[in-house]
Design a binder for this molecule. Structure first.
Ligand SMILES: [Zn+2]
Length: 290
């Protein structure tokens, strides 16, 4: 019991320390005039896209709940009005965590219908029932704000089953959500309706939306170009083929992990959350589920 109490105390202390760290670290990078990438807590809280201008403020994703107060301050510094619209790119808590707080401040939340469906079952990731999306879409929705067309497009069964990417046509900026981890192995959430095949198809669709000058805001990692996204697709296609060859030989998941087919990608792509081992395991699980 004492040990349990100690564990709880230390967990609470760690969570408080993390929350305090997060509250002081929103980095702002200009992607184009009036378009910013906001990075909550050095990538820990995911990247967000912010579109400001004469008539509306649109925020694409809103980070983890502990950054919401700082997010409001950061947006206020860049825009001369509060956030009008929020677009959620998917259901994970590091992308929708400030929904409830920002909705309370008047923002209207747009999301794919599967995001709302999942959040109705468990509103926790969005900071409570107040964070539920108010407007939902199936294939997409268009915004006509600040002199440009912003197209939100659903990508089926990729990172999750409710993904969307946002193309800011006037600025030539794409906000990819977690369809793009820049030089990090991607998280493909098979348990939330994602799939490796859908992820690759989604990335290829984003590449088609882009040209060589397009600036891409990835879900995690540095501001990117189409060439960076192409590198991510090339890696994943090759990694999938290597794991598939072993699956076709009849190898078990353990045998595939032991063979370590992704070894050459380790140095560049391995990171804390999606290790080489976890990526291999995801590829195996997705391939054998199809
Ligand atoms: Zn995610």
């Amino acid at each position: 019991m004492n040990r349990l109490l100690l564990l709880i105390v230390s967990l609470v202390a760690t969570a408080t320390a993390i929350a305090q760290d997060i509250a002081t670290e929103i980095a702002t990078t200009e992607a184009a005039p009036g378009v910013y990438m906001l990075d909550g807590a050095n990538g820990f809280s995911s990247n967000m896209g912010l579109l400001v201008g004469d008539d509306r403020v649109v925020l694409i994703d809103d980070g983890m709940a502990p950054i919401s107060a700082d997010l409001i301050v950061t947006v206020a510094e860049l825009a001369d009005r509060p956030i009008d619209f929020i677009v959620n790119t998917h259901v994970h808590g590091d992308h929708v965590g400030s929904n409830a707080t920002l909705a309370e401040n008047g923002a209207v939340i747009f999301a794919h219908k599967n995001i709302r469906k999942r959040l109705v079952e468990d509103p926790g990731p969005a900071g409570g029932a107040g964070g539920l999306p108010v407007v939902t879409f199936a294939d997409g929705v268009n915004f006509h704000v600040n002199g440009q067309d912003a197209h939100v497009r659903h990508i089926a069964k990729a990172h999750t089953d409710g993904d969307a990417v946002v193309h800011l046509h006037g600025s030539n900026v794409l906000v990819a959500g977690d369809l793009f981890f820049n030089y990090m192995f991607p998280f493909i959430d098979l348990d939330s309706g994602g799939s490796v095949r859908g992820f690759i198809a989604g990335q290829r669709r984003i590449i088609k939306m882009a040209d060589e000058d397009t600036v891409i805001i990835p879900g995690h990692g540095e501001l990117a170009s189409r060439a960076d996204l192409q590198a991510a697709v090339d890696m994943l296609v090759d990694a999938e083929a290597m794991v598939e060859a072993l699956v076709l030989e009849g190898k078990t998941e353990e045998e595939v992990l032991t063979a370590n087919p992704l070894a050459d990608y380790h140095d560049t792509w391995n990171w804390g959350f999606i290790t080489t081992e976890k990526m291999t395991s995801t590829l195996y699980r997705s391939l054998t589920a199809e």
